[in-house]
Design a binder for this molecule. Sequence first.
Ligand code: MEV
Length: 314
Amino acid sequence: MSMPAGTGAAPGKVILFGEHAAVYGQPAIAVPVQQVAARALVRPLFNAPSGRIRIQAPEVGVDTELDQLDGQHPLAAAVRFTLEAMGVQHPLAVTIKVSSTIPVAAGLGSGAAVSVAIARGLSGFLGHPLADEQVSAVAFEVEKIHHGTPSGIDNTVITYNQPVYFIKGQPLQTFRLGAPLNLVIADTGVPSPTKITVGDVRAAWQAEPARYETLFAEIGEITKAARRALEQGDMGTVGELMNQNHALLQQLNVSSPELDALVAAARGAGALGAKLSGGGRGGNLIALAAGDPAALQTALQAAGASATLHTVVA
Ligand code: MEV
């Protein structure tokens, strides 16, 4: 008898509005990015006792028994939280092979996507596919180990794979775009783990709470206005609000000379708006194309972007 393999997949994501302020309860908007993905392929491991799990993630040089990994390791944690959510202690022996085309430490949600792919692939293979809510919760638990104080937006948008209007701790809100969103994503090439910038903003907020809470609230107002503009398909307003959001992220001290230079290049090349996206300091920015995205991509590459990606969010 041959046993079917289980597969789990998850897209990347970008934050359109409200990063960082989301951690403090302000709304944020994120959309999935289908051009990149994480995958987990789960197969039976024959002649091995139940409970044995082999994990392979060639891109990060992992090929080992699960119990050889530190329990805090994101791959180990994703497997453990998945089994806990299923109420299973000694599953059939399996090999889990993880692969991903989502750049790491770039603000595109690679960590959450890998966790979602593992939760789906493993629970599906074991015959009890977890519901989306549980999958999202598994990824959130892993995020907490590595990001300290995540808002939960990354695991939410990646699990549900549709545009989300996210408020920490509140039920999921999705919404419809009034017109397709023509986005160019450009990588500074500077890796920047979200944990660091989120921690820095927290320290700055603790030192000057009133000043930072005002900035978070201003970002929240921009996000609310952006939702209306997105629903109406008013791309001119969306672009203007992106520019305003970027200025506030500069004040939060999470931009960088590389990000600012690429944002300026995007605007100079006719983008309707541009801003950093995700944790900041490095990683990616997003630019809203007015017309031909290829021209915008060329301009961003000429200005030093290490990679660009065009995505249409409908
Ligand atoms: C990361 O994609 C978005 C941040 O707001 C962190 C979070 O919300 O957990 C920077």
